[in-house]
Design a protein around this ligand. Structure first.
Ligand code: NAD
Ligand code: DAU
Length: 341
């Protein structure tokens, strides 16, 4: 198989490259990424030494560039991880989210149609379903839950999903969609909750917890997400949508305390800050469909995955310290400067 992985220098895209290289010894992968602030080529160092992997710096919204790549390579599977992915940034500046997440998806699907790619897979998110109340723990997102978005990020992802469904119906594009819950693991950019809290704890800096810290997320180890995407993208389930999650709901504050405890740091570092605008209260995925249809189930328990993750950040300080000391620092000031005063 020859696979195009877009967003390959980002958190989940890079983990997917390593997952596929390890799992499918005869596959070749092309990684396409425009290297935004969230893309880090250093993450792909090991993959770049593998002759089965090739990296192309390019923008998924650049139609000419994308078509030239599709013409040159004959892809069997296109997996679109490339996106603007951070909710807080989408609240500050929605435009680039609409461009990359919606128009980029259109360009990739048009190229897939033009060059007859047998499978297009869209990596989406549980955020397209909006949120769930805290007082109804039995309510979970199923694939039938109405789309109901809260942030410019989730609205852009939902728009892309609807476009994929339109291409499936109108143009018979052989496509699938997956909607996953919050991922954690190695190589996550330290602006997201878990790596940010690890990095700040290690630097004895305040840990900015939004609101009361009682919002709930449903955490999945990144390899389990990659395994699910790999299975769906090779399945015969054209036209289907699959939720991916591991029944692992946790309050933000409990995650933060767990990280502090593991690192032996004091809870006095916790600093409650102004809440995120439109902050979704709770996400919870029902993964029954993917388990029934494709036999997928998560393999990494949170207790193990979070230790693996914290240990990875301890052992790979240079990876995230370079990020924290660079452009990210300016963004950090912009985002938290006022909130911490
Ligand atoms: P990320 O921000 O870490 O990585 C995104 C990558 O896309 C970066 O390498 C970036 O350079 C690249 N990119 C951005 N704009 C591009 C463009 N125009 N052209 C080419 N490349 C571009 O994101 P992530 O957390 O790895 O998320 C990957 C995908 O998974 C996204 O589609 C996201 O919506 C989805 N998702 C993420 C999570 C999560 O918890 N992180 C959960 C569910 C779904
Ligand atoms: O659910 C899937 C989504 O998970 C993905 O689609 C997104 O790409 C991904 O970024 C993630 O979105 P969240 O908004 O849930 O993730 P984030 O890490 O930004 O925040 C997790 C929770 O922690 C959320 O309730 C906000 C809170 N938070 C976050 C940060 C960065 C804080 O309390 N403090 C912080 O500094």
């Amino acid at each position: 198989m020859k696979i195009l992985v877009t967003g390959a220098a980002g958190f989940i895209g890079a983990n997917h490259v390593y997952y596929v290289l390890g799992k499918h010894k005869d596959d070749e992968i092309v990684g396409l990424d425009s290297l935004t602030y969230a893309g880090n080529l250093e993450t792909l160092d090991a993959a770049l030494k593998d002759p089965r992997f090739r990296f192309v710096k390019g923008d998924i919204t650049d139609r000419a560039e994308v078509e030239a790549l599709f013409e040159q390579e004959k892809f069997d599977i296109v997996i679109n991880f490339a996106a603007e992915s951070h909710v807080d940034r989408s609240i500050e500046d929605p435009g680039v989210f609409l461009r990359t997440n919606i128009l980029g998806t259109q360009v990739l699907m048009d190229a897939s149609r033009k060059f007859g790619v047998p499978r297009y897979h869209q990596v989406s998110t549980d955020e397209v379903y909006g949120d769930l109340p805290l007082d109804k723990p039995d309510l979970l997102f199923t694939e039938q839950t109405p789309i109901h978005t809260s942030s410019p990020y989730s609205a852009s992802k939902a728009a892309a999903d609807l476009l994929v469904q339109a291409y499936i119906r109108t143009f018979k594009l052989p496509a699938t969609i997956s909607r996953c819950s919050n991922n954690y693991g190695p190589y996550q950019f330290p602006e997201k909750l878990i790596p940010l809290m690890i990095a700040n704890s290690l630097a004895d800096k305040p840990l900015p917890v939004y609101g009361e810290g009682i919002n709930v997320r449903d955490w999945l180890y990144v390899d389990d997400h990659c395994k699910a995407v790999d299975i769906i993208s090779r399945s015969d389930k054209v036209g289907e949508v699959y939720n991916i999650g591991g029944h692992n709901e946790m309050r933000n504050i409990d995650i933060v305390k767990l990280i502090l405890g593991y690192l032996g740091k004091p809870e006095s570092l916790i600093t409650y800050v102004t809440d995120r605008k439109g902050h979704d209260m709770r996400y919870a995925i029902d993964p029954a469909k993917i388990t029934a249809d494709l036999g997928w189930a998560p393999e990494t328990m949170f207790a193990d995955g979070i230790k693996l993750t914290i240990d990875w950040y301890l052992e790979n300080k240079s990876w995230w310290e370079r990020i924290v000391s660079g452009e990210y620092q300016e963004y950090y000031e912009e985002m938290y400067g006022d909130r911490l005063k």
